[in-house]
Design a protein around this ligand. Structure first.
Ligand code: CMC
Length: 428
């Protein structure tokens, strides 16, 4: 609904564009008719001022450090909810009642196994393949296995594909880990919780029983909830863009995984822990702070800064508390946690970080927890992908059911050569 208009003067003429207001957050200027009316495009590389879609799933107030899923604050969900409940909430819009939750958990639990032939697919990868390379490949390959849920115009088929993706991700990630360490794949055990099952498939072996540590199970649940969705971030926008052409859902999620892998996005958790290990001791922190501030040095403080949060990332707060609890309960004393805490304090009081509003993000402390649990750094981003799959499928479903949905097709400011004639090679 248009609340007011914004006018634009161009070429001596004035054009009016409706300004729309959401429930909360900044207004948007609806410029869909801009090109048709004026012949001009907007220019916004990196989409810093562009709302790419209308959504009802997640809201972020970056200045206040607020993150809401379907209206619920992330800290309340992280402290009181379960990952299955959050998955249902993101997908369906409201928290489930008892029987809806039971049905959802039952459905997800019954989709945890992979087609057996996929085990052969894993064996095609080099043993030292990065788990994210395997995740991209295997999730993309699911599109060749599940032919009964590819009519994306049918909401039921879309939901089956969504359930399959959420259910199979832990199995896929755990198998990527098992393959890298040369241990046999461990099949899912449907008596366990979503996270308990994942821990058993990752750290269990067929030769002996596996006890799920409830503290670790709880920490994994928190990590999964904190990563479940984050509005129109790079990988989610990738999933939406891939899906906007009507592509196969599994292929769209594989595209999201590829995007998430980068160190500026999901790859930051791996990069952050590597950085903390490289710093090693608190006395070396000033050297790294100086490098992060040096314009001629490409080094950045990994796990710091965010495109949207110009305040403390609310997920980082929960993550820091979880790190403290996990290290205490597991009796792990990791000097890296001391480096992280001190680095955070130094950066938060440094003029450069204050002025640029750079605060710890979700990835700053997650690596400390995952490392204490026993995951190698290369698995960190794979765990992010596992959890974010919930958000990706929710956003993908929302996009497909949006009557205004169109294929995503950005335009450009062309600064290359104007038309010129071909010159044969001998005359160049
Ligand atoms: N260390 C040092 N300087 C930084 C950092 C950092 N981590 N992040 C931003 N800056 C500086 C940057 O150099 C720039 O300075 P100037 O204005 O002088 O050129 C200014 O702050 C703004 O940075 P930007 O790159 O224009 O901001 P952006 O919104 O495009 O980038 C970011 C956001 C997350 C890519 C960036 O902060 C970054 O590279 N952080 C490190 C990687 C990281 O932790 N990523 C995880 C993000 S949270 C998980 C997720 O959602 O995927």
């Amino acid at each position: 609904m248009a609340d007011t208009n914004a006018s634009l003067q161009i070429g001596g003429k004035s054009f009016d564009y409706p300004v729309r207001s959401g429930t909360v957050g900044p207004d948007v200027i609806d410029i869909r008719t801009l090109y048709g009316k004026t012949g001009a495009f907007t220019f916004d590389p990196g989409f810093t001022s562009t709302a790419s879609c209308e959504s009802q799933i997640t809201y972020i107030d970056g200045d206040e450090g607020i993150l809401l899923h379907r209206g619920y604050p992330i800290d309340q969900l992280a402290e009181q909810s379960s990952f299955m409940e959050v998955a249902y909430l993101l997908l369906h819009g409201d928290l489930p009642n008892k029987s809806e939750l039971e049905t959802f958990v039952y459905t997800i639990t019954r989709h945890t196994m992979l087609h057996e032939q996929l085990a052969q697919f894993y064996r095609g990868f080099r043993r030292d393949a990065h788990p994210m390379a395997i995740m991209c490949g295997v999730v993309g390959a699911l599109s060749a296995f599940y032919h009964d849920s590819t009519d994306i115009t049918d909401p039921k088929q879309r939901m089956i594909a969504s359930h399959r993706l959420i259910a199979k991700m832990p199995t896929i990630a755990a198998m990527a880990y098992k393959y890298s360490v040369g241990q046999p794949f461990v099949y899912p055990d449907n008596k366990l919780s979503y996270t308990g099952n994942f821990l058993r498939m990752t750290f269990g072996v067929p030769a002996e029983p596996f006890e799920v540590n409830p503290i670790v199970e709880q920490a994994m649940r928190t990590i999964f909830i904190l990563h479940a969705d984050h509005e129109q971030n790079a990988s989610t926008s990738t999933v939406r863009l891939a899906g906007s052409s009507g592509a196969n859902p599994f292929a769209c999620i594989a595209a999201g995984i590829a995007c998430l892998w980068g160190p500026a996005h999901g790859g930051a958790n791996e990069a952050a822990l590597n950085m903390l290990r490289e710093i090693g001791t608190p006395d070396r922190i000033p050297e790294y702070i100086a490098r992060a501030k040096d314009k001629d040095d490409p080094f950045r403080l990994m796990g710091f800064g965010h495109r949207v949060y110009k305040n403390y990332d609310p997920r980082a707060k929960v993550m820091q508390k979880t790190a403290e609890a996990v290290l205490k309960e597991l009796g792990v004393s990791d000097p890296v946690f001391d480096v992280a805490r001190e680095l955070e304090q130094i950066a938060l009081n440094d003029e450069y970080f204050i002025e640029k509003k750079l605060y710890p993000n979700v990835d700053f402390y997650s690596g400390v927890i995952l490392s204490a649990i026993g995951f190698p750094t290369s698995m960190f981003t794979a765990l992010f992908a596992l959890a974010r799959t919930v958000g990706w499928v929710a956003q993908w479903n929302e996009m497909i059911s949006d009557p205004d949905q169109k294929i995503g097709r950005p335009r450009q400011l062309y600064t290359g050569q104007a038309q010129r004639d071909y010159v044969p090679v001998g005359q160049r």
